[in-house]
Design a protein around this ligand. Structure first.
Ligand SMILES: [Zn+2]
Length: 189
């Protein structure tokens, strides 16, 4: 036995008052859309897809906002940037000190090497000239064993040089000056 046809349940759009299938021709289809999705999704299957797409888009945006705010928050705790030399070695911060070493070459020839003046903002070429003039000897900027520039002064001037350095370059504290004696680093003061 066939079922009795159900009386057609007529619904009108809760927004514009038209039968839902006419909403798209109504005064404000955009405003009808949420109601249609809720009450007549079969009539407008595209609306559901559209709504889902919008929801996804909104999720994406809020996700982006969230990740942005997370990275903002963590920037304060970012690890301190470390200077890296080519090859990935971490460059140590150089200790500000001046190393004076008396070197005897060829048994008789004595040279006093001065390392580290550049760490106090002293121009080595300028310092070399001043040292040569002061001690009336030859002085030159040379590359040391580690390719770092140093000043070689002819002769043994080690014990006069400390006063000269601190007088000529007041930025250099006496406590930052060391001698190398018998392979040991000893403070000049
Ligand atoms: Zn409507």
């Amino acid at each position: 036995m066939a079922e009795k046809p159900q009386p057609l349940h007529v619904v009108y759009c809760g927004v514009c008052g038209l039968p839902p299938e006419y909403c798209e021709f109504g005064p404000d289809f955009e405003k009808c859309k949420p109601w249609l999705i809720q009450n007549a999704p079969d009539l407008y299957p595209d609306l559901l897809k559209e709504a889902e797409a919008k929801a996804k888009e909104a999720d994406k945006i809020s996700g982006q906002l969230q990740s942005t705010s997370i990275s903002d928050g963590s920037s304060a705790s970012k690890p301190e940037e470390v200077k890296r030399l080519p090859g990935g070695k971490v460059k140590k911060k150089e200790k500000q000190e001046i190393i004076i070493e008396k070197v005897t070459r060829n048994k008789r020839k004595c040279i006093t090497t001065v390392k580290g003046l550049e760490l106090f903002g002293v121009k080595l070429s300028d310092a070399s000239k001043k040292l040569g003039k002061k001690f009336a000897t030859g002085a030159s900027v040379v590359k040391g064993p580690t390719e770092k520039e140093q000043i070689d002064v002819q002769g043994d001037i080690a014990y006069d040089i400390v006063d000269f350095i601190t007088e000529t370059w007041p930025d250099v504290p006496e406590a930052a000056i060391y001698f190398i004696e018998d392979g040991k680093k000893v403070p000049a003061v």
